[in-house]
Design a protein around this ligand. Sequence first.
Ligand code: ATP
Ligand code: MG
Length: 249
Amino acid sequence: MESVMSIRDLSVSYEHKTVLEGVSLDIPSRRITAVIGPSGCGKTTLLHCMNGLIGEEPGAVRKGNVLLAGRSIDAIPPEELRRRVGLVFQTPSPFPFSIYRNMTYALKYYGVRDKKKLDAAVEAKLTMAGLYDEVKDELGKSALKLSGGQQQRLCIARALTVEPEMLLLDEPCSALDVKSSAVIEQMLTELKKDYTIVIVTHNIPQAKRIADYTAFLYDGRLVEFAPAEELFSAPREEETRAFLSGVYG
Ligand SMILES: Nc1ncnc2c1ncn2[C@@H]1O[C@H](COP(=O)(O)OP(=O)(O)OP(=O)(O)O)[C@@H](O)[C@H]1O
Ligand SMILES: [Mg+2]
């Protein structure tokens, strides 16, 4: 299994509260890895460690290491890290600008000025996110006027404009209806051909549908990490079994 990111003995604490403890994990390249576990077990914290957000947050102490393509993320300038590891939040969070400007914002920031290049990127990434046909005639419209599902796909498309290696998604469908969620799931299974995807989800059926690998976190510890089929059909650990059977709610 080829992996683009290695997490080594990672611990995070706030004040004196340990929220992640000794997590080691290799994220498989060009696959979907789902992170599951009860509320408060550290899923978001783990995701935020992967693009360096924890480390910047005051009050959080991170120990251990996260390696991107073999290099510690501490040695990678934050801007480069953010570009290579995209993050999509739970609540769709488009900028209060037009669709077009959302899509070109990061590229312009990185110095791309050529209109043809910008247009091409807008079309290509909106297409990847399955949104282009729906919005191609109204790229000047405010992104805030899109539906929730469209906004979330826009945020995913926007994250892709800077050609990240990894895409991290924190419960991207929790604010969406079933139909919008299905569109996003379909899109993610397409995107994994080109990107390494990590998705935090509360939704076990969703993880079953789309994940190639699944990590089960409980109380800050990585209890089990395995091919998704294996973890769901024959969990090795008692805690995983209990969680999947609904004991922890
Ligand atoms: N800034 C902070 N200061 C103090 N404690 C925090 C902070 N951020 C998170 N925590 C604590 O860390 C623990 C893990 O939080 P985290 O958000 O990673 O969990 P989670 O698994 O994503 O939960 P959920 O499923 O509810 O999103 C929780 O107990 C939370 O209260
Ligand atoms: Mg969370």
